[in-house]
Design a protein around this ligand. Structure first.
Ligand code: FAQ
Length: 318
């Protein structure tokens, strides 16, 4: 081993010891390049998911059934924009630029959560997104609040507090509609039937095929595996939905006494890859909406940078 290699090994050992002691890695601290790249990948995908995730529910703001629901939905969609901001900032601390990340999203190179490429066909979809999709997001993000990278973990703490409210408002609606008129019950059941499988896919690939998990687990970005979190989510949701007289679109779903798990059927990973690779029902529409929003905001970005330039020139003169 030459000097350069042994220095690297020494730094890596210190880095791993810090993580094992539960210390946070902060911007500017030494970190392996692979750790930095994994974090930029995951945090930027997460940020894009929050921003694209505003669209399916945002489409219902003008059609909310009453003022209370409209105010809640407005607040929720606005929260998601804030989450995107925290996360883009967290990725910037690792050296990624906002322009690069946004460019990757708008050119279709970046991934974002599969689940936001499905349409919201009825009002009940907002209820089910709140309970199921936000519920799945919280399960994952509560773990990520323990992540070894300080800025990501702190962003998660703030985000989870808001996601808790999102989940509760969705659950409240599902409970209400499941006990409402036959039409309301049918509407919420239909929404569950359409969102169940895409929600399970949100947790990522099965452990045996998840390419990124080993690195993320080794360096404390994730502390639990995709399958563990998915199973915990299923175990929590199934009895609660059944208690409301709602069913799940999985003929193989059954309770296994030995493991204490609700065992679910085969997830359609072919569909998942179709959606993630750009061929889902709404990918084109989602990216078109983001591109339009980016274009509409161009004058704001130009005005802000012109103002900043002017301030700089002014300061220079002073
Ligand atoms: N969708 O090796 P793995 C929300 C990709 S936020 C799309 O298993 P990993 C809030 C993956 O990127 C929801 N792509 O990946 C809200 C990788 O590709 P790459 C988002 C996926 O990273 C609620 C490849 O497959 N949450 O909902 C997905 O270990 C309501 C191999 O996969 C986060 O982003 C997927 N579901 O595990 C907003 C949390 N799964 O990059 C509005 C942070 C996998 O190698 C309304 N992220 N892929 O080319 C994570 O925890 C992880 O990144 C996972 C995936 C669990 C998403």
């Amino acid at each position: 081993m030459d000097d350069k290699e042994s220095l690297y090994e020494e730094k890596l050992r210190e880095f791993e010891e810090r993580i094992a002691r539960g210390e946070k890695i902060e911007p500017g601290d030494w970190m392996p390049e692979e750790y930095r790249q994994q974090l930029i990948r995951m945090i930027s995908q997460h940020a894009h998911s929050e921003i694209v995730g505003m669209l399916p529910e945002g489409a219902w703001i003008t059609r909310a059934p009453n003022l209370r629901r409209k105010m809640i939905l407005l607040a929720k969609v606005q929260d998601e924009a804030g989450h995107g901001q925290y996360l883009y900032h967290a990725a910037e601390t690792l050296g990624a630029t906002r322009e690069e990340m946004i460019d990757a999203l708008l050119t279709g190179q970046a991934k974002y959560s599969n689940v936001f490429n499905y349409p919201t066909l009825t009002w009940a979809d907002n209820a089910v997104i709140g309970w199921l999709v936000d519920g799945a997001a919280i399960k994952n993000q509560t773990m990520l609040a323990q992540a070894s990278y300080g800025p990501y973990s702190r962003a998660m703490v703030r985000i989870c507090a808001e996601e808790g409210f999102h989940m509760k408002q969705g659950k409240e609606m599902v409970i209400k509609y499941s006990q409402g008129t036959p039409a309301q019950k049918a509407m919420v059941q239909d929404a569950i039937n359409r969102w169940w499988w895409p929600t399970l896919m949100m947790f990522g690939l099965p452990d045996k095929t998840s390419t990124n998990s080993p690195t993320l687990l080794k360096w404390g970005v994730k502390t639990r595996s995709n399958d563990e979190l998915r199973q915990e989510f299923v175990n929590e949701l199934v009895p609660e939905l059944h208690a409301l007289g709602l069913s799940l679109p999985d003929p193989d779903l059954h309770y296994d006494e030995a493991s204490g798990n609700w065992v679910y059927g085969q997830i359609n990973w072919d569909e998942f890859w179709q959606v993630v690779r750009g061929n889902g029902p709404c990918n084109t529409e989602r990216l078109a909406a983001r591109r339009q929003a980016h274009e509409d905001g161009r004058w704001v970005r130009e005005a802000v940078s012109a103002y900043a330039e002017k301030q700089k020139a002014g300061n220079g003169q002073g």
